[in-house]
Design a binder for this molecule. Structure first.
Ligand code: C5P
Length: 243
């Protein structure tokens, strides 16, 4: 894990306008290694918005959370690799065969195309779900148990890591070992507002709990000086990594 602080800071491009997205990439690309493109921006602009980021020399986390039959997810994942994204994700609830098939087809595509294989992440249980949400769909196991179970399934299926709440990072780290990536949203530096995030941690605490990269949006985009906010977060990450 020799990634720099910059590679561990993922900015959530939560805007609905192409020009605004380009503005954020151009403003932040020296401080932020990866830009997260989600369903809204991708549904509106498609692969062009991914290319816009890649063309500016920055990396993309394509946050589309694929969940479908194994063949369909594998084909979509190969297209994500072809687009040159650095990270993509799926729902681990899609199962081991879905993840194994996607991992195998992406590996095979990247070997043939001589491209760097994207990092493959799984979402375990969405942090917006609680025990009642699980009960509604017939899952009666505790949320924490499901999170660890699905993280292990992702690991055993050839995936590189998970997206998880920083509060879940320590238990996932102990279940899945040191090489496993844990990407955490819900991170709030001391200087910023909590917004609608309920179970937050500071960047330093998230790294100390085992997070390998942080997804951060509004603490940067809503700051009076976004570059300064990104800098402060980077130095907090660097300090946490060296302690
Ligand atoms: O602005 P903020 O830092 O809260 O943005 C966090 C980003 O991470 C958003 O894109 C949000 O959708 C995403 N996310 C999250 N919590 C999750 C999963 C994803 O906040 N559990």
């Amino acid at each position: 894990m020799n990634k720099s602080a910059k590679d561990r800071l993922i900015f959530a491009l939560d805007v609905d306008d192409f020009d605004q997205a380009r503005h954020w990439v151009e403003t932040l690309k020296d401080n932020v290694g990866v830009f997260k493109i989600g369903k809204q921006l991708f549904t509106r602009y498609g692969p062009d918005v991914v290319r816009m980021v890649v063309d500016r020399g920055a990396d993309v986390f394509l946050d589309l959370k694929y969940h479908d039959i194994p063949n369909t997810v594998a084909k979509a994942a190969v297209e994500a690799a072809r687009l040159g994204v650095r990270i993509f994700n799926v729902h681990a609830l899609g199962g081991g065969e879905m993840m194994r098939t996607a991992a195998a087809e992406v590996e095979s595509y990247c070997r043939t195309a001589h491209c760097q294989r994207p990092q493959m992440l799984a979402v375990t249980i969405l942090t917006s779900s609680d025990q009642a949400t699980l009960a509604e769909v017939g899952i009666d196991r505790p949320v924490a148990e499901m999170v660890v179970r699905l993280a292990r399934l992702a690991l055993d299926s050839g995936f590189d890591g998970v997206v998880a709440s920083p509060r879940e990072a320590a238990m996932i780290r102990s279940a899945c070992g040191d090489g496993f990536a844990i990407v955490t949203p819900g991170v709030r530096p001391a200087f910023s507002a909590q917004d609608d995030q309920k179970r937050i941690m500071t960047p330093a605490d998230a790294i100390a709990a085992g997070a390998t990269a942080l997804v951060i949006g509004r603490p940067i985009s809503a700051a009076a000086d976004p570059l300064d906010a990104a800098d402060q977060i980077l130095s907090e990450i660097s300090t946490a990594l060296s302690s």
